[in-house]
Ligand binder design. Structure first.
Ligand SMILES: *Cc1c(COP(=O)(O)O)cnc(C)c1O
Length: 346
């Protein structure tokens, strides 16, 4: 059987030969002593790119989120997030287990506004309420179909947070995609936030890694929590060289992924009775739903597509996600859509 067209996630990319060469050639040192030159270079470059004082590499985006929560909150606090955000849905309850916080989900379709935030924040100095201490935004929003959060909304949400005494965190695992799609530099997208996370293992194609950026004092605190969670590594330049290579060579090609996602989505909508609002297809993610009239559910569609060499994720009982990335070209995306259309036509 030929190599499957793998649209389960943009994390499935394998490092390219030039990326592996960059990893093999990386200058390294012991990062726990601050002596890994490649990691120091990536952190300095990303601090500047993101318009923040300092940056800290972490092994995964999940750990970046967990360290951010631990750094910006105290146990017993409440954190406001958008409905279905990664922090609440994809991290095994880590917010509760590691930071000791409870999650309050608001909004719809990856978005909430300043009024919704204001309504969600518990009154302070009242003996029964938890302290709402942090609001997090996910941009792009994965489960909402990779939508880009409008920057005007972000600015209003963060201004309201500051007024109410909340810290602000941006889960920007796919901030690179948001920047490319919306035409705004990442430092502008990150500017309203106290702390921002970005990932290298998604569209940039590195085998792993993420980074937090923010004020020096916050990053110093995050550094301690990273170590406590076991995320302090040694000759880390092997990884950070891949991230640097991704920034140099894969950032500029993200529009291709976005165009491929659109081509896939348009073909799917034209041929199959799926529920998919094309307006949500703004980046490299396509989330669609199977209405009751479709005789198969998402896990069945995913299993049958696999038999035809196409991999997609069943994201819910009747929800499917496909993600484009540098290992799948336009022809592959079109073929994948055709396979799904044929399966849904039966
Ligand atoms: C993938 C992802 C993460 C976690 O990144 P990993 O490196 O896979 O742990 C965090 N937030 C969002 C929005 C993501 O899509």
């Amino acid at each position: 059987m030929p190599t499957p067209i793998d649209l389960r996630s943009d994390t499935v990319t394998r490092p390219t030969a030039p990326m592996r060469a960059a990893m093999a050639a990386a200058e390294v040192g012991d990062d726990q002593y601050g002596e890994d030159p490649t990691t120091n270079r990536l952190q300095a470059r990303c601090a500047e790119l993101l318009g923040k004082e300092a940056a800290l590499w972490l092994p995964t985006g999940t750990m970046a989120n967990q360290v951010a929560l631990r750094t910006l909150t105290r146990p017993g606090d409440e954190v406001v997030i958008c409905r279905e955000a990664h922090v609440g849905w994809h991290e095994l309850g880590g917010a509760a287990a590691n930071a000791g916080v409870q999650i309050h989900e608001i909004g719809q379709g990856g978005l909430f506004d300043a009024d919704a935030l204001r309504a969600a924040v518990k009154p302070r100095n009242f003996p029964i309420f938890p302290t709402t201490s942090l609001v997090a935004v996910e941009n792009t929003h994965n489960r909402a179909g990779g939508i880009v959060v409008p920057q005007a909304t972000v600015r209003q949400v963060c201004a309201t947070a500051r007024e109410l005494g909340l810290a602000t965190f941006l889960d920007g695992a796919r901030l690179w995609n948001a920047s490319v799609a919306g035409g705004l530099p990442v430092h502008e997208l990150a500017a309203p936030f106290d702390l921002v996370a970005v990932a290298f293992s998604k569209g940039l194609g590195a085998p792993g890694g993420a980074l937090l950026a923010g004020p020096r004092a916050t990053i110093t605190a995050a550094h301690r929590h990273r170590h406590r969670m076991g995320g302090a590594m040694r000759q880390n330049g092997v990884f950070t060289a891949a991230a640097l290579h991704g920034l140099d060579h894969h950032l500029a090609r993200l529009p291709e992924d976005h165009a491929n996602a659109r081509a896939f989505a348009e073909r799917l909508v034209a041929g199959a009775p799926v529920v998919l609002d094309l307006a949500t297809v703004q980046t490299n993610i396509v989330v669609f739903h199977l209405p009751a009239a479709v005789p198969i559910d998402a896990p069945t569609l995913s299993a049958r597509a696999r038999e035809h060499g196409v991999l997609v994720n069943a994201f819910g009982p009747r929800t499917v996600r496909a993600v484009t990335h540098l290992d799948v070209d336009r022809a592959g995306c079109v073929q994948a859509a055709d396979v799904l259309v044929a399966l849904l036509a039966r």
